[in-house]
Design a protein around this ligand. Sequence first.
Ligand code: CA
Length: 361
Amino acid sequence: MKRRDVLTGAGALALAGCAGPQESAGPDGAAETFEWKMVTTWPPGFPGMQTGVMRMVEQIETASGGRLKIKVYAGGELVPPLEVFDTVSRGTVEMGHGAAYYWKGKSEAAQFFTTIPFGMTVLEMNGWLYEGGGLDLWRELYANFNLVPFPAGNTGVQMGGWFNREINSIADLKGLRMRIPGIGGEALARAGGTPVTLPASELFTSLQTGVIDASEWVGPYNDQSLGLQETARYYYSPGWHEPGPTLELIVNSDALAQLPDDLRMILQLAAATLNETMMAEYTARNADALAAIEENPDIELRRFPDDVIRELRQYVDEIIAELVARDPQAARINTSFQDWRQKLARWTALSEKAYLDTRSL
Ligand code: CA
């Protein structure tokens, strides 16, 4: 089996150990070293995401004894954030970090590998990706772009966002100008609102000056770092539109194929570690930031009314039905996604949800 096939084919989670013994010595007999570049979609120093990536590359360098060194460029430092996919695909740099749903212009099917509204929680996403064939489907899709994806981070359930008006019925979404991306934004449009795309750097001013009426971002930890708590009175939960977004490490297929087995294994383990530690960071820091928000008398925490959620869910179902009707690859991925969501939801109901319900007894 050729190395390339091992890397891009099905079952690629078991990346190392399949290709037999591998010489990794340079011409002088010393271990070969690799100096790679990496681009990300995140602002420099962005808490949770960019800081997580920096932690990962340090771990890779240490674990490899300095044989795999990676220089990281945050969004805009080498290429604009939304050119990460193309830059790694072309092989201009070897690695990237971002979210698959940013690349829906390349393939609408990519969105399923980050999150879709009313989709899976972080535990369910990991179950589907690692054990339910989701990662194989992801690798198959990205092989078309000469990329190998790895799950590498998650924020957990996001918040519904900051609103300067109360949402008591679906009619309150009419005319609402809100920063909300992707399928969630399409659902808002069907409810009569106007979804707006804005980068993180413009959220604070846009909300404060009334250019937009509402904005989602991530959750208390990241929202507070942008100062969003000073821009709107109502902070709504839950993030129906992003229930457990998986972030991605993408590696150029040719570059990955050149690494010896041990370095490929280190890279795979580092990505899996980031998938875990980023979630831990968001869990702890969101709780800290929430405590501060709850003490702020100018902010009211609200939950979306059930009727609003039901209507939005109906719009999302329509949007996904239309998406799979026009994209056969998305249809295949959606079938796997929905089968697993249904199966996992039954287990979640008896485990996580049943347990969480006991807390309010
Ligand atoms: Ca978000």
